[in-house]
Design a protein around this ligand. Structure first.
Ligand SMILES: *[C@@H]1O[C@H](CO)[C@@H](O)[C@H](O)[C@H]1NC(C)=O
Ligand SMILES: *[C@@H]1O[C@H](CO)[C@@H](O)[C@H](O)[C@H]1NC(C)=O
Ligand SMILES: *[C@@H]1O[C@H](CO)[C@@H](O)[C@H](O)[C@H]1NC(C)=O
Length: 341
């Protein structure tokens, strides 16, 4: 009896060891925070980098924001093959204007190989990846640097500095599913007293299968609804399936997608922002709070594969680009029934 009991214990031990091996891996945290920066004027974009060890692979499995919407208008985490600057902090906004900053040197977030890994605004909470999913960075990834960008709303009082940023949860255990982000968006203008549709679409040309799991929308104050679709062409007419839709005035966090089925080569990804301009003046897409933005972020995973080479899907927007004149020759373009969702 005693030996049976022992055998049983050994069996339990082996089983629990197996469970440990299969289900648990060590997760560490890296604090990617602004190094006591001083936002010395309104509408300042600042960037700070980390260099990933080029000899090791890491998988990011969670993002915990450390910021407040009273201070930060938004935060973006870029993956770069080369950072925009070798400084520890630089000014990284106002792409359109050539404003010279008096305190920080100016450059873009990435010099080369730019992709969005994470985005935060309006007090969005933490984001955890689904099981077995991680963002690969380091040795076998084009992401050799992570660059944190914070858009500060207004000038700080003298002497007050800031440490906004993100706590990155990461592991060195191999995740069989790599995460990627595709950013759909537009350029363009919104005429005064007009409801405008800002639209974009891109055909997937890579021989890969992506599994969408989260989406995030971003506009400034004129955005009413932002929607993302997958479109499949057929002789009977295009089949538009909603992946996600949101009022961008709600917290701009990553939400679970409405459509989780695989998307592959030949499928078209499309996004539309409905914008309402009540002003007497035209509003353009741009980087300041007075400008607008139209963004739909799609986060997905791929199984035993690398994420898409396509990181961005942008159109020139209104008044030059609409779905009804797009090269994909769409029919059955969806109405704006989006507000009901
Ligand atoms: C960010 O975290 C640090 C400590 O890790 C804290 O001192 C700081 O106040 C936090 N900042 C914000 C904006 O939450
Ligand atoms: C950063 O330094 C490296 C090595 O000195 C150099 O090759 C690179 O061009 C620099 N990058 C920028 C943005 O100045
Ligand atoms: C830019 O980055 C890509 C990888 O994202 C790399 O293949 C390419 O060689 C880089 N180009 C330059 C000029 O460094």
């Amino acid at each position: 009896m005693e030996s049976l009991n022992n055998l049983f214990k050994v069996l339990i031990f082996i089983i629990s060891l197996n469970i440990l091996v299969v289900f648990s891996y060590e997760v560490d945290t890296y604090d990617l925070l602004m190094p006591n920066v001083y936002p010395h004027r309104d509408e300042l974009y600042l960037c700070t980098p980390i260099r990933i060890s080029p000899t090791q692979n890491f998988y990011i499995v969670g993002f915990k924001p450390n910021a407040s919407m009273h201070t930060a208008h938004h935060m973006l985490l870029y993956g770069c093959s080369e950072p925009g600057s070798n400084d520890s902090v630089w000014s990284c906004g106002e792409m359109q204007s050539s404003k010279v900053d008096s305190m920080y040197a100016t450059s873009s977030p990435c010099r080369n190989g730019s992709q969005i890994v994470y985005a935060w605004a309006r007090d969005a909470p933490s984001l955890e990846m689904p099981p077995d999913v991680g963002f690969l960075i380091g040795r076998d990834s084009p992401i050799k640097y992570l660059v944190l960008q914070v858009h500060y709303m207004s000038k700080f009082p003298a002497g007050k500095t800031d440490n906004s940023g993100v706590f990155l949860k990461y592991t060195q255990a191999v995740m069989p599913r790599q995460a990627g982000v595709l950013l759909l968006g537009t350029s363009g203008v919104i005429a005064p007293h007009k409801v405008e549709h800002m639209e974009t679409a891109c055909t997937l040309r890579e021989d890969k299968v992506i599994h969408p799991f989260a989406f995030r929308t971003h506009t400034h104050s004129l955005g009413q609804q932002v929607s993302g679709y997958v479109v499949r062409k057929s002789l009977n007419g295009d089949d538009w399936t909603l992946i996600g839709t949101k009022d961008p005035q709600k917290p701009q966090m990553f939400y679970p997608v409405l459509y989780k089925d695989p998307i592959g080569k030949g499928d078209i990804l499309a996004a539309r922002c409905v914008m309402k301009n009540d002003h007497d003046y035209m509003v353009k897409i741009g980087s300041t709070n007075q400008d607008e933005m139209c963004n739909f972020y799609l986060m997905y995973w791929v199984e035993n594969d690398t994420p898409l080479d396509m990181k961005y899907c942008f159109s020139i927007g209104p008044p030059f680009y609409y779905w009804n004149t797009a090269p994909e020759d769409f029919n059955r373009i969806p109405d704006i029934d989006d507000n009901s969702v």
